[in-house]
Design a protein around this ligand. Structure first.
Ligand code: GDP
Ligand code: IMO
Ligand code: MG
Length: 377
């Protein structure tokens, strides 16, 4: 049976956590394949509000096996804390439903120190990392001087708490598929933060795109069925780096997006930079990932904006200038709408415009942070 992949199409925080939680009931396993606790995935459902950093967002489903794949980097202190917090919220976690790859690399305290020191040294050219030691941990991995989870037994404090979860995960995943069951891969970050395909050097240090889903799990291309790209109905970015459609945070619309979208980072609490939807970069994400379907999240955040702009690309006649299309917005609330036909006409026009410009089917529209505030089409 197949593996379906969920990948952020922008600069992260597209709403991947909500989608994974929503869809996980149809899968036997949910697998993180890249990144570490730079990720912050928010899940809001009948059990409460959860902010997951390392543990896959399928953990709220009791029958789902959650796997932290070999492509991830793990800060054991954070993982221990996350397990403890989830257990205190009543979520059952055991070596039955949480498995950690023996080949995932460990983020050590020295990696965090180095991350912070490097950022300080970059001064005006800083990347705006999450300061979680991600870059230096991957540097050690690629430099062949990293420490993998299989060596955790050398740290009695950590292995006492995490040892039972550590297994070789490639074979476990293969057996699940051979057994006729489905696997969902949960991307972290977004395509534009990918170390190769993103806005280098303002990127993270792993492959957050489809290639990372292969190398970060040991699955093979023939296993993949759907590759679902997740986009906000607008764009956000945390940290430094180019952002062609950015709107000044002090503008009326900039403020609207930050406040209505509650655009503050799940991991660092930093205010996210906000801007219009960017067709050009979305097309790039679709191309490098092969998205065959897309989900548009946070449509409700655009409610009440009179004129919506969409960046189509740059035209270079003399000096390059950005080309925008303007689409009339809608006054009505879309918050919580669950049926496509109930959307205001102009919201439908906006969505159709995105779908046609991207030439990729929109299969899910999200109208609020909760599981059921969703339109399936
Ligand atoms: P992720 O990193 O891709 O999982 O996204 P985050 O959880 O970091 O950020 C997405 C934020 O938007 C979270 O606070 C979600 O609860 C919230 N969210 C997700 N979908 C919607 C939606 O359709 N409408 C609104 N208003 N909020 C949403
Ligand atoms: P989720 O999974 C948004 C950004 C950081 C910084 C750059 C490098 O929640 O979508 P790093 O600490 O990885 O070296 O930082 O990448 N970044 C994210 N931005 N969402 C994320 O994850 C991110 N993970 C990293 O802000 O610009
Ligand atoms: Mg996030």
């Amino acid at each position: 049976m197949p593996a379906d992949v969920i990948i952020g199409g922008q600069w992260g925080d597209e709403g991947k956590g909500k989608l994974v939680d929503l869809l996980a009931k149809d899968y036997s396993a949910v697998v993180r394949f890249s990144g570490g606790n730079n990720a912050g995935h928010t899940v809001i459902n009948e059990y409460g509000k959860f902010k997951l950093h390392l543990i896959p967002s399928g953990i709220l489903h009791s029958k789902v096996t959650c796997v932290i794949g070999n492509g991830c980097v793990i800060d054991p202190n954070i993982l221990i804390e996350e397990i403890k917090n989830l257990k205190e919220s009543g979520v059952a976690i055991s070596s039955e439903n949480l498995i950690i790859s023996d080949k995932a690399h460990i983020i050590l305290p020295r990696h965090i120190e180095k991350d912070l020191a490097q950022e300080k040294a970059r001064a005006d050219f800083k990347i705006g990392t999450t300061g979680r030691g991600i870059g230096p941990a991957y540097m050690d991995k690629v430099g062949r001087s990293g420490v993998r989870m299989e060596s955790l037994h050398k740290w009695p404090k950590w292995s006492a708490k995490l040892g039972k979860y550590i297994k070789s995960t490639e074979k476990i995943l293969r057996d699940i598929l051979n057994n006729g069951e489905n696997i969902m891969l949960e991307g972290a970050q977004g395509a534009l933060l990918d170390i190769d395909h993103g806005s280098y050097p303002y990127v993270t240090s792993s492959n957050s795109t489809i290639g990372g889903a292969l190398t970060g799990t040991g699955l093979i291309p023939a296993d993949f069925r759907d590759i679902l790209g997740v986009f906000k109905a607008y764009t956000t970015r945390v940290g430094e780096g180019p952002f062609p459609t950015e709107i000044n945070q002090l503008d009326k619309i900039g403020k609207h997006l930050v406040e209505k979208g509650k655009e503050f980072g799940t991991t660092t609490g930093r205010e996210r930079r906000c801007g219009w939807f960017d067709i050009e970069s979305a097309k790039h994400s679709i191309m490098i990932n092969g998205f065959n379907k897309i989900a548009i999240m946070k449509l409700d955040v655009l409610d009440g904006i009179e004129k919506l702009k969409v960046h189509m690309g740059d035209v270079s006649e003399g000096a390059p200038t950005s080309k925008y299309e303007t689409i009339t917005g809608w006054k009505e609330s879309t918050f919580g709408i669950t049926k496509y036909e109930d959307l205001p006409n102009n919201a439908k026009i906006y969505l159709k415009f995105l779908e046609e410009s991207l030439n990729t089917k929109i299969c899910i529209i999200s109208t609020g942070p909760e599981r059921d505030q969703t339109i399936h089409i």
